[in-house]
Design a binder for this molecule. Structure first.
Ligand code: NCN
Ligand code: DMD
Length: 334
């Protein structure tokens, strides 16, 4: 029997009707395969929040001012953001990474300095990143995950903070999945009416301006520093057979970029929730992902990943601890 068959057999012999634990059964199977074992474990869970600014925000694609990016980083540091609350609740080690915020943070605060540039470039005029900047971001993401792995972490969530980053994510989705740009654009932090019409017009113009060929070029042209760093981090985690917890629309755009660079990474990814951001469900469908939660979240920061973590634990725990029909002396179906 292959490991997949053995895992399926183990799941099917638990004291429940076949399939009755639904998505948790798919998770248990996936995690067993990632760790190459019938008895997986979750160790030292971490969540990395990547923050960066976007040159395109100068064009007014977000209803919020760019300063919210650094201000929210300070809120993460103070422990007051939603992601701080949910990580504390679930004992997840949270790290905040400056991937490219347009701000000089004071020395000595617990923000990992991985700044590649003070924000990406305005893609209405030039590619968001040069090839070198994008490569540097990917590599720094990889290095950060290596550091977590060295501390015994085998399950890692990814989130982000960056005013304007739904625009970059919509463009990546459009390119990688070949979906008309209009269907990839959503409200982000709350764009509507005339504002939304303007966002749509700008993203259409940007989408027609470039014709990148490779996945790396596509990420450099349309992505952002936090998105590229997240993609690199996901690739490293996948290479190391870590469980990758993907948050919402922007984290999924990073995952989509990573999968286009290296398709084998997909198998290590758990898509934690279906965001309220228009286009996210279609992006998940494009990666054949069945998300764990449907909570109408549209926050980012990694909140969906932190909230899904207890369910990932439940999947591992039922596989390890639940009695089989034989153990419990319960009659199985004929
Ligand atoms: O994760 C999501 O699904 C999500 C959906 C909508 C907005 N966000 C967050 O909102 C910010 C980007 O929105 P915007 O309107 O500035 O492009 C960024 O900080 C994201 O973390 C996140
Ligand atoms: C306040 C605020 C918090 C956020 N967290 C992630 N994206 C955000 C965007 C805004 C505007």
């Amino acid at each position: 029997m292959t490991l997949q068959e053995q895992l399926q057999h183990k799941i099917d012999l638990k004291t429940k009707p076949v399939g009755a634990l639904g998505t948790l059964e798919q998770l248990a199977l996936q995690i067993g395969l990632i760790q190459d074992t019938l008895t997986p474990s979750l160790n030292n869970p971490s969540l990395l929040v990547f923050a960066a600014d976007h040159g395109l925000s100068d064009e007014g694609v977000s209803p919020y001012p760019k300063d919210v990016t650094w201000q929210m980083v300070m809120n993460f540091v103070a422990g007051g953001a939603a992601i701080n609350v949910f990580c504390r609740q679930n004992n997840i080690n949270l790290k905040v990474v400056d991937a490219g915020v347009d701000y000089d943070f004071p020395a000595g605060i617990p923000v990992v300095n991985a700044k590649v540039a003070k924000g990406s470039r305005n893609m209405r005029r030039e590619p968001a990143m040069t090839a070198d900047e994008c490569r540097a971001a990917i590599q720094k993401g990889r290095d950060l995950v290596s550091t977590e792995a060295a501390k015994g972490c085998n399950v890692i969530g990814f989130g982000e903070m960056g005013i304007g980053n739904t625009s970059a994510s919509s463009l990546l989705m459009h390119r990688f999945l070949n979906i008309p740009i209009e269907e990839c654009i959503g409200a982000g932090t709350g764009s509507q009416g005339e504002h939304f019409a303007k966002k749509t017009e700008i993203l259409k113009e940007v989408s027609e301006k470039y014709n990148p060929q490779t996945p790396e070029e596509t990420l450099a042209v349309f992505g952002g520093l936090e998105i590229a760093m997240m993609a690199g981090a996901m690739l490293e985690a996948a290479d190391r057979n870590m469980i990758v917890l993907v948050d919402g629309f922007i984290a999924s755009a990073a995952a989509l970029s990573a999968v286009n660079i290296q398709p084998e990474a997909r198998q290590k990814m758990i898509f934690c929730h279906s965001s309220d951001e228009r286009g996210h469900q279609m992006m998940l469908d494009g990666m054949r992902a069945d998300p764990v939660l449907h909570l109408n979240l549209r926050l980012g920061e990694g909140t969906g990943a932190a909230l899904a973590y207890p369910l990932v634990q439940a999947a591992v725990n039922f596989l390890n601890e639940m009695a089989s029909f034989e153990d419990a002396g319960v009659s199985n179906k004929e």
